[in-house]
Design a protein around this ligand. Sequence first.
Ligand code: OSB
Ligand code: MG
Length: 359
Amino acid sequence: MKIKSIRSYLVNLPLITPFKTSYGELHEKKCDIIIVTDELGNEGYGELVAFETPDYVSETLDTERLIISKDIIPLLINKKIKHPEVVTELLKPVKGHWMGKSAVETAIWDLYAKRQHVSLSELFHSQSKHLVVGVSVGIQEDLDLLLEQVGNYVEAGYDRVKLKIKPGYDYEPLRVIKEAYPNIMLMADANSAYTLKDINQLKKLDTLNLMMVEQPFSTDDFLDHAILAKEIETPICLDENIRSVEDCKLVVALGSAHAINLKIPRVGGITEAQKIVAYCLDQGLLVWLGGMLESGVGRALNLQFASQAGFGFPGDISATSRYFHQDVINEEFILHNGCLPVPQGIGIGVTLNKEVLGI
Ligand code: OSB
Ligand code: MG
């Protein structure tokens, strides 16, 4: 297929509930929807999921918009592409900027699947039509509000809950949730907020029987995580510092973690994400799919991707009603018995609400 155009559409989706992490608070999710067209007029959709500020990882919406228009598009426009796996190779001259690359690469995968008249999940040899999913809960003003929030999610059917934590907001809110809902799969995500000095506070979490604690230490750290892994019983999961399969090799060599939160945009796209899944399965590292508060485009891809064999733990892929009043797709993801359906159409399996995109 020949890439004829690559266009971006800016959207701003107000969140139903603000999302507070150890580093900041989000009230709306801004993102760009990418539309790639081929010589036959087919369209592939991708999402630029970077945030406005470089506080989760280094990429931002502004940096990735610049790299996409100045460096990524010129490498792909009018190129003949036999299979989307070659896109990663074509984009090799661009170092880093995983999220910019992923926005375009995933759109080309969608385009390819549509040309083949198959869903992405069929390309991934997926097994399931429904996925057990989890929900990520932000830091709350007080423990009553937290219990109310978690209670609503449990009532809706989620039985895997991830709580954002930070120093001073960790053991007690987790204990309160555990006490009220002893049977849910509970875990915590620190988004890099701790250091080795906090080891005693982190050890305290061992009494809560958490599924795992995500990214306790800084984004570039593998060594201190390995030290922590020897000191605590709670399994460690890494998010921010996993950018490639090489990072996973470092995790295995050093013993830095037991699990990987895999986000397609954080590793530059589907081709690298597939390599990571294969490596994790081979090495016995637990791998599960994370989220970036994606719009329906990114979430449809996440559902397609996480439906492959190998994802042994519920992902951060929640229902539309957990995120937005108005999404960019016409379909809504509705939770049934703790599961979301994998979209069944061709490609990513959802259609764009062009009015919301201003097209
Ligand atoms: O650390 O996993 C994270 C959202 C934005 C940025 C980072 C993270 C998250 C989440 C939410 O935890 C996952 C989701 O529901 O999309
Ligand atoms: Mg995380």
